[in-house]
Design a protein around this ligand. Structure first.
Ligand SMILES: *[C@@H]1O[C@H](CO)[C@@H](O)[C@H](O)[C@H]1NC(C)=O
Ligand SMILES: *[C@@H]1O[C@H](CO)[C@@H](O)[C@H](O)[C@H]1NC(C)=O
Ligand SMILES: *[C@@H]1O[C@H](CO)[C@@H](O)[C@H](O)[C@H]1NC(C)=O
Ligand SMILES: *[C@@H]1O[C@H](CO)[C@@H](O)[C@H](O)[C@H]1NC(C)=O
Ligand SMILES: *[C@@H]1O[C@H](CO)[C@@H](O)[C@H](O)[C@H]1NC(C)=O
Ligand SMILES: *[C@@H]1O[C@H](CO)[C@@H](O)[C@H](O)[C@H]1NC(C)=O
Ligand SMILES: *[C@@H]1O[C@H](CO)[C@@H](O)[C@H](O)[C@H]1NC(C)=O
Length: 388
């Protein structure tokens, strides 16, 4: 991936002992918007001032200017509770210096939805409907060349522009776009053009039930995966379809790719439907039964979603990975591809991925949005769709 600009991770002025207010105020040319937003949230400010051992991802003035270009974000910024949630999502538990990030994506709990007894503060202020992840909603973080990339909801990415600004409670990194709070699975699926999955969940009245779960892992078959078994989908009863969908959901475990490729590799996981799924990891590939993870780690409000290339079959739990296969597995015996993607009638994939709206807004900014920021989930899933 190429960046349209390069900012070195120069060690910015290290002001150990500065309060958070002082540290933010010292960056007035880039952080004055954040400064005034925090001033409007005295309770949050007070909590942050007392916090120890935190990392603040501080969106720059340009980042906020770009953020409020979309009507949805503008409304969010004007709503105190939502603004609070947005700001909380930018506060990470623990002190993570830029040198701590590695070339492998890791996941860091934030203050959004964190339990009230976290080290960060004693007040519970989050709107829990925005995060049902025990321990707090996460961001992904990794090194990209000499830059640090932060991944948020809908696979949006932000780049650290200025790293390692110290203050007495931790460290601040200035980032070039406002993080996207992970959205509910139903919204993320539609935004991500997983319209067959969204339609199937809707047809079985499971859409809301899935949104309401806590700490989930959802294996989300691509539209191509549903199309590949299209001859079989028409004859399924609602109950059979529901059973198949529930076989794609792990309740109670948030299996980020890091966990699937390490701790959970070669293990089985019980599903909402009952029968287990087998996780296998070879090299950098992750398989769930016979399906391969195509797009990992779409963060959702209640956990994580991974796009897989085949529909899993609860009546075929012995299907295993074939790492050398060149085409996706078909785990339903006798099923053939249909000419249309099933379950998609009435589901439109209008994307609200922030990158779709901020691109034009960014054009006038002195620091251009990196090209990578525009490759949100929508663009990635677009490729999947195009491959049909
Ligand atoms: C939002 O917060 C500001 C600053 O605390 C306050 O003046 C304003 O009344 C609040 N708005 C609402 C709708 O609560
Ligand atoms: C700081 O936070 C990290 C990550 O949550 C934790 O591992 C570490 O023990 C904490 N350190 C202190 C001194 O509290
Ligand atoms: C934090 O809260 C959880 C559940 O709310 C509880 O199980 C745990 O003991 C608490 N930890 C501390 C240190 O109070
Ligand atoms: C929590 O957030 C949701 C979604 O933004 C909103 O509909 C709801 O009114 C909020 N609840 C509170 C108590 O702020
Ligand atoms: C999901 O797990 C939670 C916690 O174990 C449990 O309370 C809940 O009933 C489960 N939901 C379903 C639909 O099985
Ligand atoms: C999983 O099993 C394969 C084959 O037995 C093995 O090569 C691999 O190291 C195992 N992975 C883990 C994380 O245990
Ligand atoms: C189970 O899946 C495998 C592919 O992994 C397929 O070859 C087989 O036909 C499937 N069996 C049934 C009963 O659907």
């Amino acid at each position: 991936m190429q960046f349209s600009y390069l900012v070195t991770l120069a060690l910015a002025s290290v002001v150990r002992g500065a309060t958070l207010m002082e540290a933010i105020a010292s960056q007035s040319t880039t952080l004055s918007t954040l400064n005034s937003l925090l001033a409007e949230q005295p309770a949050l400010m007070q909590m942050l001032m007392g916090a120890k051992n935190i990392t603040i991802l501080a969106p720059s003035n340009d980042a906020f200017a770009s953020f409020v270009q979309s009507p949805e974000n503008k409304a969010a910024a004007a709503d105190n509770a939502t603004l609070m949630a947005v700001l909380e999502y930018h506060v990470l538990e623990g002190m993570h210096m830029s040198s701590d990030f590695t070339t492998k994506m890791e996941f860091f709990p934030t203050m959004l939805g964190a339990s009230s007894n976290m080290t960060m503060g004693s007040m519970m202020m989050s709107n829990m409907s925005l995060s049902s992840v025990t321990g707090g909603q996460v961001v992904g973080g990794m090194k990209m060349g000499n830059m640090v990339e932060i991944m948020s909801g809908l696979k949006e990415t932000s780049m650290v522009q200025t790293a390692d600004l110290m203050f007495e409670g931790g460290v601040i990194h200035i980032i070039d776009s406002v993080l996207t709070i992970p959205k509910m699975p139903s919204v993320s699926a539609v935004d991500s053009q997983l319209t067959a999955l969204a339609g199937a969940l809707k047809a079985t009245n499971l859409l809301m039930a899935v949104d309401m779960l806590k700490d989930v892992t959802i294996f989300a078959p691509s539209n191509a995966a549903f199309k590949a078994i299209g001859s079989a989908t028409g004859s399924l009863t609602e109950q059979q379809l529901a059973g198949i969908l529930e076989y794609h959901i792990i309740n109670g475990t948030v299996g980020y790719s890091t966990l699937l490729s390490m701790g959970l590799a070669n293990r089985t996981l019980p599903t909402l439907e009952g029968p287990d799924l087998r996780v296998q990891a070879t090299g950098d590939k992750i398989f769930i039964n016979g399906a391969q993870v195509q797009i990992a780690d779409v963060l959702v409000s209640n956990g994580v979603m991974h796009v897989i290339d085949a529909v899993l079959n609860p009546a075929n739990t012995t299907a295993t990975a074939n790492p050398t296969a060149t085409t996706p597995a078909v785990m339903f015996q006798g099923a053939a591809a249909a000419s249309n993607v099933p379950f998609t009638s009435g589901i439109s994939a209008t994307t609200t991925a922030p990158s779709a709206t901020t691109q034009t807004a960014a054009a006038g900014l002195s620091v251009e949005q990196p090209a990578v920021g525009a490759i949100g989930a929508a663009a990635l899933f677009g490729l999947v769709i195009a491959a049909l």
